[in-house]
Design a protein around this ligand. Structure first.
Ligand code: A3P
Length: 278
């Protein structure tokens, strides 16, 4: 019969596409690709390869469209996706909650000063005529007792995105704190296995990703993978990840540190974690 034919083709337990169980919601340039690629080492995780942008750009297409963008999974496997712009999309917390209030959220965060330089470096790689970082991050202000004075341009995207407290508050209005894991971008580089142990525990996964998966590539200056599902040989993330940054005037760096200090404090309070950024 038709029913039996269908059952033969799709026996129960056959892979099927499902809406995500967990999302990497940000933050841009904090190591979101590394986190996703590391998670994909796990046999119980299946993730969309490219950023889907459902909750910011394509929400009007509906959940069925979104589901079709997901890889097929077996019962018990987690479906994942990462789109860093969700972090700062005002409607995203409400929309994600409407999909599944029990979804697990992951956000990678990193010292906002290096994040800003990383963001700028990415833009400059596409637009070589871009002014220097210092010129964009700082605006000249009225002289202070005859001393030329410059203030941080908080409206410039690379600066603004490093103010983590405001978006965190928005997510925490919809989701309990225990549903959101904040991953340290610094620790993901310095000790990927330790950070991935926390991630696997948060996702309720068996601890499969360990020290054995990583090696430090001193040419790249980052941890790389010994093998993965897609490649049986050692490999690093692509060359757009782990770029070298331009030299930035130390006084501009200091200005930015002062600018971020109160926002970082607020973020530590809200998150309950002191990330210890300088
Ligand atoms: P840089 O290229 O400026 O160093 P995202 O994937 O969110 O865009 O973040 C990119 C950043 O991830 C990189 O910024 C790099 O610092 C960081 N990163 C973390 N772990 C990495 C790894 N194993 N390989 C390469 N980059 C990594």
């Amino acid at each position: 019969s038709e029913v039996n034919k269908y059952r033969r083709l799709r026996p129960s337990g056959a892979p099927r596409r499902r809406l995500p169980d967990a999302l990497i919601i940000g933050v841009k340039k904090c190591g979101t690709r590394a986190l996703l690629e590391f998670l994909r080492l796990h046999p119980d995780v299946r993730a969309a390869g490219s950023e889907v942008h459902f909750f910011d750009k394509f929400y009007h297409k509906g959940f069925e469209w979104y589901r079709q963008r997901m890889p097929a999974t077996l019962e018990g496997q987690l479906t994942m996706e990462k789109t860093p712009s969700y972090w700062v999309t005002r409607s995203a917390p409400r929309r994600v909650h409407a999909m599944n209030p029990a979804v697990r959220l992951l956000a990678v965060v990193r010292d906002p000063v290096t994040r800003a330089v990383s963001d700028y470096t990415q833009s400059a790689s596409k637009r070589p005529s871009l002014p220097r970082f210092e010129q964009l991050a700082l605006v000249n202000s009225t002289h202070n007792w005859g001393v030329p004075w410059s203030i941080v341009d908080a409206t410039w995207g690379p600066v603004r995105l490093g103010v983590y407290a405001r978006p965190l508050r928005r997510w925490l209005r919809r989701f309990p704190r225990r549903r959101l894991l904040l991953v340290s971008g610094e620790r993901l580089v310095a000790d990927p296995a330790a950070e991935m142990a926390r991630v696997q525990e948060f996702l309720g996964l068996k601890k499969v990703i360990t020290e054995k998966h990583f090696y430090f590539n001193s040419t790249k200056g980052f941890p790389c993978l010994l093998k993965s599902e897609t490649s049986p040989t050692p490999h690093c993330l692509g060359k757009t990840k782990g770029r070298s940054h331009p030299h930035i005037d130390p006084s501009a760096i200091e200005r930015l540190r002062e600018f971020y200090r109160p926002y970082n404090e607020r973020f530590y309070e809200l998150s309950g974690i002191n990330f210890g950024w300088p």
